[in-house]
Ligand binder design. Structure first.
Ligand code: HEM
Length: 164
């Protein structure tokens, strides 16, 4: 009888964990897509030498209006970075509260993206100093790796593999 109760408690706990990690799966998937976009645009900005086309911070001279072609990509890079930060920080808080199994990498991503935003500001203020641009790129890669790990861990947990 006791075994039966324990087994049913265990299975309802596992089912609840699956629902929670399913949400983390979506959070991390959306984060991955957004991050890919931010990085793609960032690398395009570097490759096309548009890094200082928008010299102000946080907003470009157009403010909240539609950006002119001169700094269109800079504007989109910052806008997408802000949205991505919102999603990644939300998933970090969510993981701490509800999906503890994947919180290590989700919280790491939350910390890394905060550093990345700060680096982005420095890249502009220090007028594309080479070491800062290199750190901005490698921090972006590290951030992508953390988010990918959160996604893979959530995927395995949501599909019933609890060995992570
Ligand atoms: C989610 C946050 C962000 C990510 C993942 C990210 C990622 C990247 C990447 C991968 C590059 C290309 C670097 C290279 O090719 O060497 C880049 C370039 C750049 N990013 Fe970001 N970025 C983020 C946020 C920001 C923010 C908030 C700012 C400014 C406020 C910013 C400013 C820049 C600038 C100015 C460049 C061009 C650098 C150059 O021309 O050499 N980034 N970003």
């Amino acid at each position: 009888m006791l075994r039966l109760i324990i087994a049913s408690l265990k299975s309802s706990y596992v089912a609840q964990q699956r629902i929670l990690t399913n949400k983390m799966l979506w959070f991390s998937f959306v984060s991955l897509v957004l991050l890919y976009g931010v990085m793609l645009i960032g690398i395009y900005i570097t490759a096309s030498h548009q890094g200082l086309s928008c010299p102000d911070w946080p907003l470009c001279p157009n403010g909240f209006n539609f950006p002119p072609p001169k700094y269109f990509f800079e504007h989109v890079h910052r806008l997408l970075a802000a949205i991505t930060t919102g999603v990644i920080l939300t998933s970090a808080f969510y993981s701490v509260k509800k999906a503890k199994n994947v919180r290590t990498t989700a919280v790491a991503a939350g910390i890394i993206i905060s550093v990345q935003i700060f680096l982005g500001i420095l890249v502009i203020n220090k007028r594309l100093e080479a070491l800062l641009v290199a750190t901005h790129l490698s921090t972006g890669v590290l951030l992508f790796a953390m988010t990918l790990m959160t996604f893979l861990s959530s995927y395995r947990l949501a599909n019933g593999n609890s060995k992570i």
